[in-house]
Write a protein that binds this ligand. Structure first.
Ligand SMILES: Nc1ncnc2c1ncn2[C@@H]1O[C@H](COP(=O)(O)OP(=O)(O)O)[C@@H](O)[C@H]1O
Ligand SMILES: [Mg+2]
Length: 404
């Protein structure tokens, strides 16, 4: 079966939802190109909002040809001349109208690609056809000259009802069984990204042609690992410490898990021995600090660990590795470690009760521990339990997680 995202590429303007004003502007720019002050349009906004497909849909409707160039082609002046040089110069009487699309210029980095950005600027000056650029973030300094030469068209993240309408149409067409509430929940979680929403829909309904509430819940779990992969990708692939240091900001996994993820994947990414050693040095320091901080409960020092495992590891390399690595969780060890962690807390608490009640830990584990969460549920008792047993934050946290 072909991917839904392929099958439902918008063919005409009316297939594109929620960007009416932008489509008008874009179409006007292409059709009245000869009277424009600026030779190019810069479409910008988050991914999956229709930037690329709008260009194709409009061109298709007005019978124009799209010549698409990859931003990275501009790294090589010769390559780009070959690709667009002829296209922008030849203008035969019978030729079809053309637009030149340079998709995703974000890929050009300032330092390495100054030549590339210049090449695009030159293309804009010389072209006899409208040039359309797209970008996710055009406000980087390196794009300032491109911005001033372009008509700026902003594609905002789609609101969830627009995403819902896109998905609804696909469900009806594909005869996918669904409830609107579940479809709306799916739409909401896409965060205005129609591409992500369509891909999620396909993944969740593959093979059963039905969207269930349960499968949506599974997706939430899966996305958790997505975000830690993104975090690893940031740390491993960047040399910009500012980017690295925020890598774990939106990740749900706690520090212990982060350490395990890095430990598992670091040697696959850093293949130069010296850099790997430097990175592991950071990781081992983080691990030692982590244990000390927990032992002494100086939790506010945890932020320094974050710096070690993000910026510290990112800075261990001179340049990013170009290899593509699939990051994996430490399957078995991770699970055992977690199970031990959980049992360890339970045992610690049982030990505290045992010493205060002069009974055996084993006995407490059997007779008291099953009821402790029930007592802990009661606000007043909770305070007493914490103070009487002298529970630390982690133990109290664990006990709270046991309350049903
Ligand atoms: N506004 C929209 N209306 C309908 N479908 C959309 C819209 N935006 C994105 N899509 C869907 O997502 C896919 C990817 O869109 P695309 O134009 O490549 O996004 P962008 O270039 O903004 O990242 C399209 O093929 C289409 O199926
Ligand atoms: Mg695009």
């Amino acid at each position: 079966m072909q991917p839904l995202i392929r099958k439902y590429i918008p063919k005409t303007e009316k297939d594109i939802i929620g960007q009416e004003e932008n489509l008008k502007q874009l179409k006007n720019f292409i059709l009245n190109f000869k009277n424009q002050k600026k030779n190019s349009a810069l479409i910008y906004g988050p991914s999956g909002t229709g930037k690329t497909c709008s260009v194709y849909a409009i061109a298709n409707e007005i019978g124009f040809e799209v010549i698409e160039v990859n931003a990275s082609d501009f790294r090589n002046a010769e390559q780009i001349n070959q690709k667009v040089g002829n296209a922008i110069k030849q203008q035969s009487l019978f030729a079809k109208g053309k637009v030149i699309l340079v998709d995703e210029i974000d890929g050009l980095s300032g330092r390495e690609d100054r030549g590339g950005i210049q090449a695009i600027t030159k293309l804009i000056q010389d072209s006899a056809y409208p040039i359309i650029l797209t970008a996710t973030n055009p406000f980087d300094n390196k794009f300032s000259s491109l911005r001033s030469k372009s008509n700026m068209i902003e594609f905002k993240a789609l609101d969830y009802m627009s995403v819902f309408n896109i998905l609804k149409k696909i469900c009806e067409n594909e005869k996918i069984k669904h409830e609107d509430v579940v479809l709306k929940a799916l739409s909401r979680r896409a965060g205005g990204d129609a591409r992500a929403a369509i891909n999620d829909l396909q993944n969740l309904t593959q093979g059963k042609n039905e969207l269930t509430k349960e499968s949506l819940e599974e997706l939430s779990d899966r996305n958790k690992t997505d975000s830690i992969m993104t975090a690893l990708n940031k740390i491993f692939k960047t040399t910009d410490l500012k980017i690295a240091v925020s890598a774990f900001d939106n990740v749900e996994e706690d520090l212990n898990e982060q350490l395990l993820w890095i430990d598992e994947n670091l040697p696959k990414e850093y293949t130069k021995p010296q850099e790997l050693a430097k990175a592991y040095d950071m990781l081992s320091k983080a691990d030692v600090f982590n244990r000390r901080i927990r032992r002494w409960q100086h939790y506010r020092f945890l932020v320094y660990i974050n710096a070690l495992i993000t910026a510290g590891i990112a800075a261990a390399k001179n340049e990013k590795y170009k290899n593509l690595v699939e990051y994996k969780p430490t399957g078995r060890i991770l699970k055992i470690w977690w199970a031990n962690q959980r049992i360890a807390k339970k045992k610690d608490i049982a030990g505290k009760i045992a010493s205060r009640t002069h009974s055996s830990k084993k006995e407490i584990l059997k007779s008291t521990m099953p009821y402790l969460p029930v007592m802990f549920k009661n606000k007043e008792m909770r305070g007493n339990i914490i103070s009487q047993l002298d529970l630390n934050d982690e133990e109290a946290e664990w006990l709270k997680s046991q309350v049903k």
